[in-house]
Design a binder for this molecule. Structure first.
Ligand SMILES: [Ca+2]
Ligand SMILES: [Ca+2]
Length: 93
């Protein structure tokens, strides 16, 4: 893989079917470390882009009290989830 041994790895040519949570495993002479999974919370519908559809899908989840609307993962769905989602959505990924 190109860039696998540099400080920065860029993966080009991704498509929506590549969406998911990725972790990085780094190995050197001292051992191996594995990162936490990286994901983009603003990409609510996990289609690899942040757009209005994420907002609409979040609002559908929020208004129907779907567990996925617990954006801040505090076990309740409330205005804080809405505000946190808006902040994340505005920031993008
Ligand atoms: Ca999306
Ligand atoms: Ca919550």
């Amino acid at each position: 893989m190109t860039g696998a041994t540099t400080q920065k790895l860029v993966i080009d040519g991704t498509a929506s079917q590549d969406a998911g949570t990725y972790a990085v495993e780094i190995t050197n002479g001292c051992g191996t470390a594995v990162s936490e999974g990286a994901f983009c919370p603003a990409d609510f519908n996990t289609d690899a882009s942040v757009d209005d559809f994420d907002y609409f899908d979040f609002m559908n989840a929020f208004t129907s009290s779907d567990p996925s609307a617990d954006f801040n993962e505090d076990s309740s769905i409330d205005d804080f989830d809405y505000f946190d989602f808006l902040t994340s959505h505005a920031a993008g990924c």
